[in-house]
Design a protein around this ligand. Structure first.
Ligand code: ADP
Ligand code: MG
Ligand code: MG
Length: 512
């Protein structure tokens, strides 16, 4: 490895280790200084007074509403407020008692179901009434507005520190970066403006950004910020330090992965696909390169450039994707829907086990027409690396006719209940409670050396004008609220800064 690469890697490793408080700028408190309440008036007038969004969905909103509830003595004695606000309180017994019958019933019907649904609904119904009104008059809500103002600060290049290059995409490079104010690490995907314009990628770039900001899944990369610089549009994404599955399948020992890892990654990808499909999004680009590992060894689906949202009941057309992974109905240019992603999952599982994709042998460079023929007409072969269950699952997912394919009847649940996954508890998996079978080494950088990633060429003869500026301003929306708030909480900045002055002096103890 060359010296340049070693220096870049060690800077990144050091930043990752220091991630959180040690990675903050020495000026971090200044960067996150609350504005005066008087400066929040405009916001107070315009913000949508929706209980669910303000007190449940937004992480900082939820914390401040909890603090408010704790400060109200009448609330602490109301039996219904207790179970989620004060989990350890004796009052929680009352809540359960009121709903005892319904809890018992739902336990009997489905012990894995959401037994406390009614309790929770009642609680929210109560809290969204008077308590929510009073909250909006309290200092806790003022504080919420102050945090919201910080959340809306303009995002520029200066918001981040940049580390090494991680990879290269179609429109630009992906760099490791760190938010100066909080120390949080991210990956910044840059789209060069001139490249986007030359290849008419505007709609595609905006589509990727808009789909990402509407998602909230532990199995899909999160978008934390979207901003622009003079030369690029930038999407700041969950940092995935463990490398992509392609790297793990091919660059570490014998091609392929052991069966525990295959099952685990397949199960997590399956959950990610289900999440996208629930939002009517077809992903269309499933392949090992697009599945990334985080530092703990969980995967997320990334690169949503080809994803598309279908309007209800409709299908799309378009020969997009990567040849070796395209479903037969995509190749033959028919209309298609979610089925193409189940085909993609079949290809992925096959490749993780075999160490090569289903219709291409190792190191082979088949011609396009030949690949198309194989995908449409040939039966894939199963070596003895495939267990009975794996063979069965792959061949059901790689069914040529999309209407007969596993996943096309009742969606992802029928894939999850295949015997291949019988060891996986999907509810635990979805809650992030299953330990990954492989944890990436925190001292290793799982991507190609910096100088092996081809340099991104510049485009000449493209001039940017006011029409482009209009598109840039649609893209340049700054922080994505839920992810920004999570960042501030996870890095400890919220805890350290959310103290109240002498008038409202109660020491915030938020971590119970
Ligand atoms: P494109 O849409 O242009 O193909 P990608 O989103 O696939 O771009 O990103 C290109 C490369 O950058 C990926 O193959 C991967 O190596 C790296 N990369 C992308 N996103 C991340 C991330 N969130 N964390 C770490 N590396 C990433
Ligand atoms: Mg890609
Ligand atoms: Mg892409």
């Amino acid at each position: 490895m060359e010296i340049e690469s070693m220096v870049a890697n060690s800077a990144l490793i050091k930043a990752r280790e220091g991630g959180g408080s040690k990675g903050r700028s020495w000026k971090w408190k200044e960067m996150l200084r609350f504005p005066q309440i008087s400066q929040c008036r405009q916001l107070a007038m315009n913000i949508e007074r929706d209980y669910y969004s303000l007190c449940v969905k937004q992480p900082i909103g939820k914390k401040l509403f909890q603090l408010f509830c704790r400060s109200q003595t009448d609330l602490t004695t109301f039996p219904l407020t207790i179970s989620s606000v004060f989990p350890q309180s004796i009052q929680c017994v009352f809540t359960v008692q009121k709903h005892e019958q319904s809890c018992i019933q739902s336990l009997e019907i489905d012990p894995c179901g959401d037994v406390f649904y009614d309790c929770r609904e009642d609680l929210h119904k109560y809290l969204s009434g008077d308590p929510f009104m009073q909250y909006q008059e309290s200092m806790f809500f003022d504080r919420f507005l102050q945090w919201k103002m910080l959340e809306r600060s303009p995002i520029t290049k200066q918001t981040f520190r940049q580390y090494r290059l991680l990879g290269k995409g179609g429109f630009g490079e992906v760099w490791a970066c760190q938010v100066r104010a909080t120390g949080m690490m991210y990956a910044c995907k840059k789209l060069e403006k001139t490249h986007v314009k030359k290849r008419r990628g505007e709609a595609m770039a905006l589509n990727e950004k808009q789909i990402l900001e509407g998602l909230d899944s532990r199995f899909v990369v999160n978008l934390a910020y979207a901003y622009e610089t003079k030369h690029a549009l930038c999407m700041v994404l969950t940092m995935m330090s463990g490398g992509d599955l392609r790297f793990h399948i091919y660059n570490i020992g014998v091609p392929g992965l052991d069966k525990d890892r295959v099952r685990f990654y397949a199960a997590e990808v399956c959950c990610g696909i289900i999440h996208l499909h629930q939002k009517s999004i077809v992903y269309r680009d499933l392949k090992p390169e697009n599945i990334l590992l985080d530092d703990n060894g969980h995967i997320r689906i990334s690169d949503l450039g080809l994803a598309v949202r279908l309007s209800e009941g409709s299908l799309v057309r378009g020969r997009v994707g990567t040849l070796g992974y395209m479903a037969p109905e995509v190749i033959s240019n028919k209309h298609y829907g979610m089925s193409v992603d189940w085909w993609g999952l079949g290809c992925l599982i096959y490749e993780m086990i075999a160490g090569h994709p289903p219709f291409k042998s190792r190191g082979e460079h088949a011609r396009t027409s030949e690949m198309e023929r194989r995908i449409q007409t040939e039966q894939e072969a199963y070596s003895d690396k495939f267990s009975k269950e794996a063979t069965d699952l792959c061949s059901l997912l790689l069914t040529k006719d999309p209407n007969q394919r596993l996943g096309s009847f009742s969606g992802g649940t029928e894939v999850q209940s295949h015997p291949f996954f019988h060891k996986i508890n999907f509810r635990m998996l979805e809650a992030g409670l299953i330990e990954p079978p492989f944890k990436p080494d925190p001292r290793q950088v799982y991507c190609s050396d910096v100088q092996d990633i081809e340099e991104f060429s510049s485009v000449k003869g493209v001039t940017l004008d006011h029409i482009d500026n209009n598109f840039y301003s649609q893209f340049n929306t700054g922080s994505v609220p839920i992810n920004w708030q999570n960042e501030v909480i996870e890095t400890g900045c919220f805890r350290e800064l959310n103290v109240f002055g002498p008038e409202g002096s109660r020491s915030p103890d938020l971590d119970r």
